[in-house]
Write a protein that binds this ligand. Structure first.
Ligand SMILES: [Mg+2]
Length: 254
C-alpha cells in the first residue's frame, strides 16, 4: 500500500484491518507461485535505463521510431535501442516492476508507452503509485529512496526482508538504500560523439540470466535438502563490482 499524507492526497484514504500475518502469507504465496514457474522478480529503473528525456532540439538526431512525445505530459523521450528486446527477454524469467523516482503520472505514461497492452509490467504497482519513489524522495528526504521491499511485495517475509529472488536494474545504484545495492545490476548509458544517447541493456540481460541460473540451482539444491545457507545478501554480478575490483587491484599496485 502506498500512503500519501492526508493533506496531499486527492482522495480520502481507506484502510482495512486484517490479521498481522496476512500480508506476509499473501506475499509468501505470490513468491511460491513465481518460484514454481522458475521466475524471479526485477525492479527496473526508467530514466537513463530504458528511456531518456531529451529537448525538442535533439529530436532529429534519432530515428523517428525511437522518439516519443508523451500523451499527457510535456516530455519527449528517446527509447534505448535495446529496450524492446530487453523487456521481451527479461519478462520470460522475471516478473518486472517499473520503479522510478519520477512522479506516479510519469511512470504511468512510460508504462503505457513501453507496455501498451499491459503484459510486461506489474500494473497493480503502477496503478497504485508504488512504482514511484518520488514521495519518499521529496517528503521522506531520502537521497537513496529505492528499496526492493517497497516495490516487490514478497521481499517482505515473516522473518524480515529477503532479497535472494529479487534484483534491480538501474543506471544509478546510489538511488538504492545501501542494503539493496548489492542486488543492483548497473546499466551503462551515455552519449556517443554525435550526441546520441543509448544504454547497454544486452550486457544487463546477460548478467540477469546468470543471476537467474545461479538462484534457481540454489533453490533446487535447497529443495533437495542440500545447501540451505542464506544468499539474500549475495552480490549480483554488476559492472560496478567489476570496476571496484579493478580499483582494488590498482590500489594494490600502488
Ligand atoms: Mg535512472
Amino acid at each position: 500500500m502506498h500512503l500519501v499524507a492526508e493533506a496531499e492526497a486527492d482522495h480520502p484514504l481507506t484502510g482495512y484491518l486484517c490479521p498481522s500475518r496476512l500480508p506476509h502469507l499473501l506475499a509468501q504465496q505470490e513468491m511460491d507461485t513465481l518460484l514454481e514457474s522458475r521466475m524471479m522478480a526485477a525492479a527496473v529503473d526508467i530514466d537513463d535505463t530504458l528511456v531518456k528525456a531529451i529537448p525538442e532540439s535533439d529530436m532529429d538526431k534519432y530515428p523517428p521510431n525511437r522518439v516519443h512525445v508523451l500523451d499527457n505530459l510535456p516530455i519527449i523521450v528517446v527509447v534505448s535501442s535495446h529496450t524492446e528486446l530487453f523487456l521481451k527477454q527479461a519478462s520470460t524469467k522475471f516478473k518486472l516492476y517499473l520503479y522510478s523516482v519520477g512522479t506516479p503520472e510519469y511512470v504511468r505514461e512510460i508504462g503505457n508507452l513501453l507496455d501498451p497492452h499491459h503484459k510486461l509490467f506489474d500494473w497493480n504497482a503502477i496503478d497504485s503509485g508504488s512504482s514511484s519513489a518520488r514521495h519518499e524522495h521529496d517528503h521522506g528526504r531520502e537521497t537513496s529512496p529505492k528499496r526492493l521491499e517497497r516495490i516487490i511485495p514478497f521481499c517482505n517475509t515473516e522473518d524480515g526482508v529477503d532479497y535472494q529472488h529479487c534484483l534491480a536494474v538501474d543506471d544509478n545504484p546510489k538511488a538504492w538504500a545501501p542494503p539493496c545495492r548489492k542486488r543492483v545490476i548497473q546499466v551503462i548509458s551515455g552519449f556517443d560523439s554525435q550526441g546520441v544517447w543509448d544504454s547497454n541493456l544486452s550486457d544487463v540481460w546477460a548478467s540477469m540470466e546468470r543471476a537467474h541460473t545461479k538462484a534457481m540451482s540454489k533453490l533446487e539444491r535447497s529443495q533437495e535438502g542440500g545447501d540451505l545457507s542464506d544468499s539474500s545478501e549475495e552480490e549480483v554480478e554488476t559492472q560496478e563490482s567489476e570496476e571496484e575490483i579493478e580499483e582494488e587491484e590498482d590500489d594494490e599496485e600502488l
